[in-house]
Write a protein that binds this ligand. Structure first.
Ligand code: 13P
Ligand code: SF4
Length: 332
């Protein structure tokens, strides 16, 4: 059923305060297309007793328009664990929805598009982890949260980009296996004395940035500050001014009141951060994550209308997978 112009006018009026916040990054014409979905999602959240958790890579109309909690993978995991609402809609990728389900199993967890995957999660299987254990006996396995629940279940502990070094060192081991992200593992290895055995996984978005890109940014924008996600190559991280998780990058921009910055990470981050820090001007090399971009206002609305797609995890792997995530959350 189409949306009548009087319905759109009413939705525009009800969402006017939200639009005020994002007007610097969303043209008014585009908001006339979004307003009806935003309005419907706000109503459906109440009807379904639902909350929306949104990763920092969500488009601004989702991130600032309908999300209840926002953050990096670590923050979303922590938030998911304490959600009281009956339904959690994960505006993020599948492994994030699985992590929410592991930490809050009595809630219904929905993902608006079950195909929203991750090149890192695709890079390793539970069988691979078992083989690594055989090859390196008595070596703890630290698994990035960007993995399936089945892989987490084979691991000793999880980590995110926000706590990787701390988690590796918390084990008190001389060497650890860290998978699947080769570059994150190499970036941690540069900062610790623990020997790190890596795996051949890579983020298809962050691997595209190069040290030559950084040189060019500096040449074309004197004084620019460069922030890189630790899924970038070690050469890129070494050439940047700061490296940290998506939340770490946002905090750094805020704390240092930067005049001009570039965030070497997924495209929507700069739009979302620009809303919060209008004094910083961002140079925006646009690298989209095709998996994150599967999540739209339209499929969030459909998820709440039809209560799909519910995320479930086989009973046999839940206890071990949850243990690995909870062990990570417990590290202070
Ligand atoms: P963060 O935990 O830093 O948000 O990273 C998640 C991710 O998928 C980065 O590509
Ligand atoms: Fe996975 Fe990379 Fe997309 Fe993050 S940006 S979800 S690591 S493919």
């Amino acid at each position: 059923m189409g949306v009548s112009s009087s319905q759109t006018a009413a939705a525009l009026e009800r969402t006017a305060a939200i639009y005020e916040r994002v007007r610097s990054v969303i043209p008014a014409m585009e908001w006339t297309v979004f307003a009806d979905d935003v309005d419907a999602i706000l109503r459906l959240k109440k009807e379904r007793k639902a909350v929306i958790l949104a990763h920092n890579y969500m488009r601004p109309e989702i991130f600032h328009g309908v999300a209840d909690m926002r953050g990096d993978s670590l923050a979303l995991a922590r938030e998911a664990a304490s959600v009281d609402a009956e339904v959690i809609v994960m505006a993020g990728v599948h492994f994030m929805a699985e992590t929410a389900k592991l930490l809050n199993p009595s809630r219904t967890v929905l993902i608006p598009d079950p195909q929203a995957g991750c090149s890192l999660a695709e890079a390793v299987t539970a069988e691979d982890v078992r083989l690594m254990r055989q090859r390196y006996p008595n070596t703890p396995v630290v698994t990035y949260v960007n993995t399936s629940a089945a892989v987490k279940a084979e691991s000793d502990i999880c980590c995110t980009s926000g706590n990787a070094k701390k988690i590796v060192e918390s084990l008190g081991a001389k060497q650890v296996i860290m998978l699947p992200d080769k570059y994150l593992a190499q970036n941690v290895a540069r900062e610790t004395n623990v020997k790190i055995i890596t795996w051949e996984g890579r983020c298809e978005v962050h691997e595209r940035f190069t040290a030559a890109d950084i040189a060019l940014f500096r040449e074309q924008n004197p004084g620019i500050v460069i922030l890189a996600h630790p899924e970038c190559t070690p050469e890129v991280v070494a050439a940047a001014d700061y490296s940290g998780s998506t939340a770490g990058m946002i905090d750094w921009v805020g704390q240092h009141k930067l005049a001009r910055a570039v965030l070497l990470t997924e495209c929507s981050m700069s739009d979302n951060v620009a809303v919060s820090y209008p004094e910083t001007s961002f140079v925006r090399p646009c690298q989209l994550c095709p998996h994150m971009k599967r999540i739209t206002l339209a499929n969030i609305r459909a998820a709440l209308e039809t209560m799909t797609h519910e995320v479930t995890i086989p009973d046999a792997i839940i206890p071990a997978a949850r243990r690995a995530v909870e062990r990570m959350i417990a590290v202070k």
